[in-house]
Design a protein around this ligand. Structure first.
Ligand code: BV8
Ligand code: ZN
Length: 260
């Protein structure tokens, strides 16, 4: 796939967006990078530099060292409380005003799409804002944390469930855990029904989420990727826009719908 930069957006992509009846926007950590949220692979700055994110994002890691894993997620939640949606989130939310149907599917556990104005976001991997009891599953309400969380986080004992006393865990899908079936089914259905899918800020390596752009392609949709670097999707997608989401998405929206 020959990549283009936003300055040379293919007119066929603009036309496809203008004509689309159903657009799917599929996002990964890269869409939140310009909000200051580290992407998954570099989420390990500061104290976490010596751990592999994938090793921390598992039920085994939480069983083995709940304070380490809970501390990491609280550190990430604090970052999120201080973060704001960026121009990519805002352009994606605005896109809903210009196409007949828009489905936002995200791998991210942040709420930046919602805070930018997107509705009915499909969260394939859960949310930092939905902690629950590790043992009985009861939802747990966390007090809003102090925004002055020390840089790099620290070990932190998880709160205990008020129902059974079990440890509270983050409301995310860990490696080795199943995705919420209804949400995954809705995302697959949207991918197979859409005319155009944007894959924004994802390395497209984690399954089953990474199947989504491929399902769209196999169902006859066209796929446009937005990413500053090469990914596993490069050879599959119809268009590949090399650039930051916060720069590319507003220009795409402008070129397709807002140009005088
Ligand atoms: C399951 C929540 C089965 C937690 C996450 C071997 C082969 C195939 C699959 C597997 C395998 N071994 C194991 C598996 C399964 C595994 C998997 O896929 N592993 C991978 C690593 C090979 N999958 C699972 O375990 C899933 N569950 O399979 O269950 C099962 C079956 C039966 C019974 C029970 C279970 C569960 C996966 C979900 C894990 N949870 N997140 C948390 O957040 O802590 S995954 C997490 O990592 C993210 O959610 C995301 O999905 C993934 C990271 O990917 P990205 O979002 O793409 O982020 P990344 O950092 O990789 O890339 C960022 C991109 O942005 C880069 O390309 C960068 O260039 C770009 N970028 C940077 N800046 C910008 C930008 N783009 C645009 N603009 C910018 N400014
Ligand atoms: Zn409980």
């Amino acid at each position: 796939m020959q990549s283009t930069t936003i300055e040379t957006t293919p007119p066929e992509l603009i036309a496809a967006l203008q004509a689309a009846q159903h657009v799917v926007v599929f996002t990964g950590a890269g869409v939140s990078a310009e909000s200051g949220i580290p992407t998954f692979r570099d989420a390990l700055t500061g104290l976490w530099g010596r751990f592999d994110a994938q090793a921390l994002a598992t039920p085994e890691a939480f069983r083995r060292d709940p304070d380490l894993v809970w501390g990491w997620y609280e550190w990430r939640r604090m970052q999120l409380l201080r973060a704001l949606p960026n121009p990519a989130h805002l352009a994606i939310a605005e896109l809903a005003q210009h196409v007949p149907r828009l489905t936002v599917v995200t791998q991210n556990v942040d709420d930046l799409h919602e805070r930018a104005g997107s509705a009915d976001v499909l969260h394939l991997h859960g949310s930092l804002h939905q902690p629950r009891c590790f043992d009985c599953g009861r939802p747990h309400v966390l007090p809003p944390a102090p925004p002055d969380e020390p840089e790099g986080g620290r070990r932190l004992s998880p709160p205990r469930c008020r129902q059974c006393g079990g440890p509270v865990r983050p409301g995310v899908v860990w490696f080795g855990e199943s995705l919420p079936e209804d949400i995954l089914a809705a995302a697959f259905a949207a991918a197979q029904a859409c005319d155009l899918l944007f894959a924004i800020g994802t390395s497209a390596l984690v399954y089953p989420a990474a199947q989504i752009p491929l399902l769209a392609l196999h169902a006859g949709a066209r796929v446009a990727q937005v990413n500053p670097t090469a990914t596993a999707l490069d050879d599959e997608c119809t268009w590949s826009l090399r650039g930051a989401a916060g720069a590319v998405m507003p220009k795409l929206l402008q070129a397709a719908f807002l140009a005088a």
